[in-house]
Each structure stands twice: as C-alpha cells, then as structure tokens.
Ligand binder design. Structure first.
Ligand SMILES: [Zn+2]
Length: 380
C-alpha cells in the first residue's frame, strides 16, 4: 500500500516537473482537502498544486483548522496561532519562526491579492500528518487522535463528495438553479415528477417542522438526488433574527432533523425573506465561522403572490429575469420558487423555457459553490 502511494507521488512529481520546465506559465492542478475523517467544503479550483506544492487560501484553511491567522500585507509579516503554538513568517524573505525559533522556509503563493499557503508546510509544523490521495486529488490532513478511518475507509465514507465532483457534466453554457422554499410539502410529489421527466436536479430549502410532517417527501427528494438545504425552524422575523445565536440554533436544529429523517445534512442556508436587511455582519460572521453558505436569488418568480387564475405571471417573471441576467452576462442564475400547487403546475413550462434559452439545470453543488447573496459576502 505504502509502496503504491510512493510510486504515484513520484509519477506526479515527474509530471509536474516536465510541465514546469517547458513553459514559464504556472500549471495548476486542482485538489480537494480532507480533515481527519471528512472532506472540507473547498470548491473546485479553490486549492491546487502549483510549483509542485499543494496550496490553499490561507484564511479559509486556517479557519477550518481552528487557527487564528493575522497578517500585515504591506510589511508581509503573517502569523498563525493555535493553542500555545505561534508560527510567523515574512512573505518576501520566507523566513519563518515557530514559537520564536527559526524553522523551514514558508511555502506561499499569491494570486489576485490572496495569500495561499503550502498545506503540508503549515499543518506539519502544527503537528498534523498529511497524506496525498492522488487518485482522488485529495490532501488528507489529520492527527492520529482525530482520524478514526484508514485512507481507504476515508475515501469510502466520503464517496458522495467524490461522486458529486465526478458526476458534474462539463459545463457548456449558463446554469440555472431552481430553488424551492418552505417545503417539504404535499406538492413535492408533483414537483419531483416533473423534474424527473425533464431529467434535471433542483435545490430545496426546508423548514424544520415540515420535515417531520412530510418526512416521506423529504426522503424522496433526497433519494432522487436533489440538494436539501436549510430555511429555519420558525420562519418568523422574531425570534429568528433576534440574535446570531437564535439564527444559528434554528439552522442547526433544521440540519439535525434533516439528517435524522433523510440521512443528509447541508451547508447551504437561505435566510427567510432574503438575507437583506436582517442578516447583518454578526450573523454572517457566525455563519462563516461554522462553514455555512448563504444563497439568496437572482430572479424572484413571485410565485408566493399569485393564485390559480394568475399563475402565468410566474413564467413571465422568470422570462423577464432571464433577459436581465443575459444582458449582465450572468452564467449562474438562481431562481426563487416555492413548494406551491401553482408552481408545480407551471413547472413544465418553466423548464421548457429555460432549456430553450440554453440553460443547464443543476442542483446546488457544495464543491462548485458560487457566491449568491445580497451582501456580496464572499465568505458565504
Ligand atoms: Zn420562506
């Protein structure tokens, strides 16, 4: 096993060496990151191998490792702290000090003003181990005490993560994400039937009491490969937005119930009534700290406001919205719908229209996250 791993590493270094020698431009190879027994939610392209080193955005990686990262870009001095360990380095000289003692030179990479840090360099100094699982393009960071699984077990346990990455068809043209709020509900069956007929996936934002009330709808939606996400317990401004703690508790409870009922948990949140104006900075800090993502929408179908006699307006609103998005050149369009009968009734026409306009319809994919929130908060 160990020998096989070494051979793969040698092959990889050879490959990178050849690539690097022929051209001055950098060759980047995408990687994913696991911590102990779980995959971290890094999107495709966020972490990569460059110049033979696996690097990740310093701020995000340190957050998942519960490290405090500070830096002063003009001088180029950076610090990582965890427990009583302190690692400092200078970006220009690469000189690094662990608890004040000189140590191995820093491995860094800058792109678009963002600091990327050598994963192995950083975590080994803090006492973690690192395995590179080259077949899965995955760097696994762990401590003996924190990891219960062998590498093979780790890959098996995270199969759904890798399946999602591999099943994603090569993207041609723009993507539309249909999102259905406030379920699960009695209308799920009809919505699922249409989605299956058009062979497309969507995203469902659930309210906690509805998950237990319509457990079979939730299970069926998950089983058919749609993405389940979080939309609170109370769905009321009070108590939901009274404090970041309230908000986080409601999302955690929704996640817990969803996991119990469907076996799936979620990283994606839609704030009831949209994230603006209620989801101010302290709320978003709390979300970012826990690794949650936040989705609002590009197009509001306003399906919540219509009755059976005016349901054609849902399609008209989407058509108007799509025209705007095309003008803007937006390649990722998130559309707000609800689990309602009139929405279920209009869904075939909506899908026909979007397909005709060249859109691929996809469910939310945590490993290909796109930022879509009214605050333009890039952490979420
Ligand atoms: Zn809602």
């Amino acid at each position: 096993m160990r020998k096989k791993w070494m051979i793969m590493c040698v092959m990889m270094l050879f490959f990178l060496g050849v690539g690097g020698a022929s051209a001055s431009e950098v060759t980047k190879k995408n990687i994913y990151i696991g911590l102990h027994d779980k995959m971290l939610p890094f999107a495709t392209g966020e972490a990569f191998i460059v110049n033979g080193q696996a690097v990740a955005p310093a701020e995000k990686l340190s957050r998942y490792l519960y490290m405090k990262q500070t830096g002063s870009p003009p001088k180029g001095d950076y610090t990582f702290e965890k427990g009583d360990q302190q690692l400092t380095f200078n970006l220009k000289t690469k000189a690094a000090f662990l608890n004040g003692k000189a140590t191995t030179s820093a491995v860094t990479y800058m792109e678009n003003g963002q600091l990327y840090i050598g994963i192995r360099w950083l975590v080994e100094l803090f006492g973690f181990k690192v395995d590179y699982l080259s077949n899965h393009h995955t760097v696994r960071v762990y401590r003996e005490a924190g990891a219960k699984l062998s590498n093979d077990q780790f890959l098996a346990a995270n199969k759904s993560f890798f399946d999602r990455i591999n099943s994603r068809p090569p993207t041609k043209g723009p993507i539309a994400y249909l999102t259905f709020d406030d379920g699960p509900s009695v209308h799920a069956a009809s919505i699922l039937k249409t989605l299956a007929a058009y062979k497309v996936k969507a995203t469902f934002f659930y309210i906690e009491p509805n998950i237990t009330k319509h457990a079979s709808a939730a299970k069926q939606t998950a089983a058919e490969g749609h993405y389940l996400a979080l939309h609170s317990v109370t769905h009321q401004v009070n108590p939901l937005y009274q404090s970041p703690q309230n908000f986080m508790n409601e999302m955690a409870k929704t996640n817990q119930t969803m996991k119990q009922v469907t076996g799936h948990s979620s990283v994606l949140v839609r704030a009831p009534f949209g994230s603006s104006p209620y989801l101010k900075q302290p709320f978003r800090d709390a979300m970012a700290k826990k690794g949650y993502r936040l989705w609002d929408w590009d197009i509001d179908s306003e399906d919540w406001r219509y009755s059976a006699s005016s349901k054609a307006r849902i399609l008209q609103n989407i058509q108007a919205g799509i025209k705007q998005q095309k003008k803007r050149g937006d390649q990722h369009v998130v559309i707000l719908l609800h689990e309602k009968k009139i929405t279920a009734d209009m869904l075939p026409q909506i899908l026909q229209y979007l397909k005709k306009e060249g859109y691929q319809l996809q469910a939310y994919n945590p490993s290909a996250h796109i930022v879509q929130n009214f605050w333009k908060d890039a952490r979420l």
